[in-house]
Design a binder for this molecule. Structure first.
Ligand SMILES: Cc1cc2nc3c(=O)[nH]c(=O)nc-3n(C[C@H](O)[C@H](O)[C@H](O)COP(=O)(O)OP(=O)(O)OC[C@H]3O[C@@H](n4cnc5c(N)ncnc54)[C@H](O)[C@@H]3O)c2cc1C
Ligand code: FES
Length: 467
């Protein structure tokens, strides 16, 4: 069953015509989500000849399935960073996100893209959750985020034990934003080549990008595929793939008048979305590491049960699922894929906060290429010493990945399990019963029932499938 997000339903796409990839460019950007399209726009505005190579179509990745809160308040993300890094890094993260948010609001104002201003809340329903929210408030203050306040109550249909509130954040329709970015990019001469999956990259500059629809060359390549598809740099080993679920509902009353995320687990996210016949309620959460759940459908059902309990009049209109990557060192990365590779750049690892972080990453990359300077950009830099703070987590998590790899193969051989094997690095895939896909528990590659790559670092279809 393909799960379609509210946004995908609002913006149906027609299958792109077969493209042919070729030529020499100033810059090639791989991936047409918020990161890739913003990067391409910034580079093209500066006069570079840019092509975007997209495996499927604009917005086919996580951006088209995002809850699309564009917010400086981000659940408990600041305390997560604060546990691993000093106050300077924390302030850099806040500044990056403030710049990302301001850039999006300005872009929407200038290009007629709709958005709404809403207060954001990180709330708790238990004493333990309240203590996490208090730590978050401390971290936000250390980060210099102005206007955050503690509130004992929030306009929700269930009691809370406290919340942090930040007024005047933004929510939008991410595919409307991508349509605006696409038009801006194309207006500045960008070629958007959809339906071409990058398989490999050769050389050390200029680079030849090999796709299933031809190859193109450029001295500058930006890999904006969420999880980098190239094994250089080993980024797949530095972040955990995290899947979560989204539901949209018609409601008889005002859905909710803010953007909410729980500090308690399982996570619960709420926002509204304006619709012609009144606002829709969006409910999200119940996340887990990709390919490790006994039943993905079970997570969707638990989100449905929770909504039935608290919003009994709500009528479901859409259900979907999406995935983002959570780096072990808790910071996004935007910069060289390897030390010194100044013209082979990557961006991603947004821990489910890629609307502001994706734009900030694009600004950092454009600044690096074009000679601009943002104080906060070093916070996102891969291969900086602050990244080493994630090494103990990486070692622990990669030991778990290695164990998963071994146990997957033991299970496969001992039980004559015919589960297919991931074309990335050989993980034994698990069936996802919500989406009829094969998901890899190692680094999050996913494959459709026909074997085609849906997402993740894999670039080739399942063996024995022709796609
Ligand atoms: C359930 C959920 C809810 C979220 N809610 C929020 C939120 O409220 N606020 C927020 O800020 N963030 C949120 N996020 C996170 C945010 O949506 C993402 O971080 C962001 O959209 C990532 O954008 P991207 O452009 O980097 O990646 P993507 O949007 O995934 O784009 C990458 C593109 O690369 C393409 N690609 C992949 N491999 C190849 C290849 N080999 N060749 C060519 N193209 C390729 C893909 O098809 C895709 O189109 C959420 C994430 C999830 C999972
Ligand atoms: S995604 Fe890396 S082995 Fe499957």
């Amino acid at each position: 069953m393909a799960l379609t997000s509210l946004w995908e339903d609002l913006h149906p796409y027609s299958e792109p015509a077969a493209v042919s990839v070729g030529g020499e460019w100033d810059a090639l950007v791989i991936g047409a989500g918020i990161t890739g399209l913003t990067t391409a726009t910034l580079l093209a505005r500066a006069g570079l000849g840019v092509a975007v190579i997209e495996a499927r179509h604009v917005g086919a990745g996580t951006t088209g399935r995002s809850t699309a809160k564009v917010s400086l308040l981000q659940g408990t993300q600041y305390s997560r960073i604060s546990r691993r890094h000093g106050d300077g890094v924390l302030r850099g993260y806040a500044d990056a996100n403030a710049e990302g948010l301001a850039w999006i609001a300005r872009f929407c104002d200038d290009h007629g893209v709709g958005y709404q201003r809403r207060p954001a809340y990180t709330y708790a329903t238990s004493e333990r959750g309240a203590s996490s929210v208090r730590s978050e408030l401390d971290a936000l203050r250390k980060a210099g985020v102005e206007g955050v306040e503690w509130v004992d109550e929030a306009p929700l249909p269930f009691p809370i034990t406290g919340a942090v509130r930040l007024a005047d954040q933004v929510q939008l329709d991410p595919l409307e934003l991508l349509a605006g970015l696409r038009a801006e990019a194309v207006g500045h001469g960008v070629s958007i080549l959809e339906g071409a999956r990058v398989r490999r990259l050769h050389g050390h500059g200029p680079y030849t990008v090999e796709t299933d629809a031809g190859e193109a060359t450029a001295p500058l390549v930006v890999v904006a595929t969420n999880m980098p598809i190239l094994d250089r740099g080993g980024f797949f080993a530095r972040a955990e793939p995290a899947r979560s679920y989204g539901l949209a509902y018609r409601t008889t009353s005002q859905a909710v008048d803010g953007m909410y995320l729980s500090a308690d687990s399982p996570s619960r996210s709420l926002r509204d979305a304006p619709a012609p016949e009144g606002s829709l309620l969006l409910v999200g959460g119940d996340g887990h590491k990709t390919g490790t759940s006994g039943s993905e459908l079970g997570h969707l059902e638990s989100l449905r049960d929770w909504t039935r309990e608290h919003f009994p009049d709500a009528v479901e209109t859409h259900a979907w699922s999406a995935q983002d990557y959570v780096p072990h060192h808790a910071l996004p990365y935007a910069g060289p894929i390897l030390p010194g590779a100044d013209r082979l750049l990557i961006a991603g690892g947004y821990s489910k906060w890629g609307m502001t972080n994706g734009v900030a990453a694009a600004l950092a990359i454009a600044g690096r290429v074009l000679g601009g300077h943002q104080e906060w950009a070093s916070t996102f830099e891969p291969w900086k010493t602050h990244e080493l703070s994630g090494v103990p987590d990486s070692l622990r998590i990669n030991a778990a990945v290695a164990l998963e790899m071994t146990s997957g193969w033991v299970r496969k051989i001992a039980t004559h399990d015919d589960a297919p094997v991931c074309t990335h690095l050989g993980g034994v895939l698990r069936r996802n019963d919500a989406e009829d896909s094969w998901d890899c528990p190692l680094h999050g590659s996913r494959f459709g029932p026909d074997g085609a790559v849906l997402e993740g670092p894999a670039t080739c279809p399942l063996r024995g499938h022709g796609t």
